[in-house]
Design a protein around this ligand. Structure first.
Ligand code: F6P
Length: 345
C-alpha cells in the first residue's frame, strides 16, 4: 500500500522518530511511503511531497524538528476549496492511508477528513500533553526536560542573588508542562490556566519563604495563565487593570509582566525568563524516541488493517485505540495533580 505521512501544528521533539517508525514499519512490509511537506498545506499543493526510503530516515531518530516541515497555520477546512484540493491530491498521489502527526488542531482536521471518507489515522503529538484519551503526547517529556534544566540553572543564580525568578513556560490552554516541569524542578509556586492564584497569596507566600530563610524563589507560570481571571490583581489598582487586560490579549509576555508586578509589590528583586521555543527544539529524550517508535509502528498497523478515523494512543503504558475526534479534545490538569505540586508551596 502507499502511505502518506504529514506533521502539522507546532513542532516537537520526537516527530522525526515517529516519521522513521512509520516508514521503517511500512518498508519492512513492502509498503511505499510518501512524506508530505508542511502539514495539511502540502496536501493542498500537488507535488509538495518526497518519497521516504531507508536513506531518508536513516539518521533522523535523534533529530529535533521535523524533516517534513510543519505549518501551524494552514487549515484546509478554512480555505475555500481546501477540502477538495486535499481530496484531489490524495487521489492523485494514490494514497491508501494518511498518517497525520499532530496536536488538537491537526487531529480536528484529520477527524473531519476521516468522516468524509479519507483513509486517515494519526499520532498524538504536543509538548503541551493536553490531548484527551491518551496518557502521553510525543514531545512532552523532552519539553519537561528543558524546563527542569532551566529551573536547575536559574535556581543557583537566583540563590546567589536572593532573587525571585519568574519562568514562563509554554502551555497555551493547559498547565501540564508547567506542573510537571515545576514539580521536577522544585518550583516554589506554579501558576496555570486551570487554577487561580491571587496576587495577595503569591506575595504572602514569597514573603513567608523569605522570612523563613529561603534564599530565593522560583515561580513557574504557563504562558496561557489568564492573569485577569486569576485575580493577580489587587482591587482598586487601575493601572494594573489595564496591564492585565493586555496580558489576556497578548498572552506572551505574561512572565515579564508578572515579574514586574511581583517586584513592585514585594520589593524583592525579580527576574523573568521566557523559555519559549527552546521547549520545542532539540533532541528528543529516550522516552520520546521510544513512544514515537511504539505509536509510529502502531499507526502503520492501523493503516494496514484499514482502521481509519481512529488512532493509536498511550494508556497505562500500552498502545490503545481511540477515535481521532475524541483525542482532539482538550485534557486539562486535574486538581489532584495541582495539589501534588502545591504540597511544596
Ligand atoms: O501548541 C504547542 C505550543 O507549545 C503552545 O503551548 C504554544 O502556545 C504554542 O505552541 C506556541 O506556538 P507558536 O510559537 O508557533 O505560536
Amino acid at each position: 500500500m502507499k502511505i502518506g505521512i504529514l506533521t502539522a501544528g507546532g513542532d516537537a521533539p520526537g516527530l522525526n522518530a515517529a516519521i522513521r517508525a512509520v516508514t521503517g514499519a511500512a518498508l519492512a512490509c513492502g509498503d511505499e511511503v510518501i512524506g508530505v511537506h508542511d502539514g495539511w498545506g502540502g496536501l493542498m499543493r500537488d507535488g509538495h511531497v518526497v518519497e521516504l526510503g531507508r536513506a531518508e530516515v536513516a539518521s533522523i531518530l535523534p533529530l529535533g524538528g521535523t524533516i517534513l516541515g510543519a505549518s501551524s497555520t494552514c487549515d484546509p477546512l478554512m480555505v475555500e476549496g481546501g477540502i477538495d484540493q486535499v481530496a484531489a491530491t490524495v487521489r492523485g498521489l494514490g494514497l491508501d492511508a494518511i498518517v497525520a502527526i499532530g496536536g488538537d488542531g491537526t487531529l480536528r482536521i484529520a477527524s473531519v477528513f476521516a468522516e468524509m471518507g479519507l483513509p486517515v489515522t494519526a499520532i498524538p503529538k504536543t509538548i503541551d500533553n493536553d490531548l484527551s484519551g491518551t496518557d502521553y503526547c510525543l514531545g512532552f517529556d523532552s519539553a519537561v526536560a528543558v524546563v527542569v534544566e532551566a529551573l536547575d540553572r536559574l535556581h543557583t543564580t537566583a540563590a546567589s542573588h536572593h532573587h525571585v525568578m519568574v519562568i514562563e513556560v509554554m502551555g497555551r490552554d493547559t498547565g501540564w508542562l508547567a506542573v510537571n516541569g515545576g514539580i521536577a524542578g522544585g518550583a516554589d509556586m506554579i501558576i496555570i490556566p486551570e487554577f487561580p492564584v491571587s496576587l495577595d497569596d503569591l506575595v504572602n507566600h514569597l514573603h513567608r519563604r523569605r522570612d523563613g530563610g529561603a534564599d530565593c524563589s522560583l515561580v513557574v507560570v504557563a504562558e496561557g495563565a489568564d492573569l485577569g481571571s486569576l485575580k493577580l490583581l489587587r482591587s482598586g489598582d487601575a493601572e494594573d487593570v489595564e496591564r492585565i487586560e493586555h496580558f489576556r490579549m497578548g498572552m506572551r509576555g505574561v512572565g515579564e509582566r508578572l515579574a514586574s508586578l511581583v517586584e513592585r509589590t514585594t520589593k524583592i528583586p525579580t527576574r523573568a525568563t521566557v523559555l519559549g521555543r527552546t521547549q520545542r527544539g532539540g533532541m528528543p529524550t529516550a522516552h520520546d524516541r521510544i513512544w514515537a517508535t511504539r505509536v509510529g509502528v502502531a499507526a502503520h498497523r492501523f493503516a494496514r488493517e484499514g482502521r481509519f478515523g481512529c488512532m493509536p494512543v498511550v494508556r497505562e503504558s500500552r498502545i490503545a485505540e481511540a477515535q481521532i475526534a475524541d483525542v482532539a479534545m482538550k485534557n486539562v490538569v486535574p486538581r489532584e495533580w495541582y495539589e501534588l505540586a502545591r504540597v511544596f508551596f
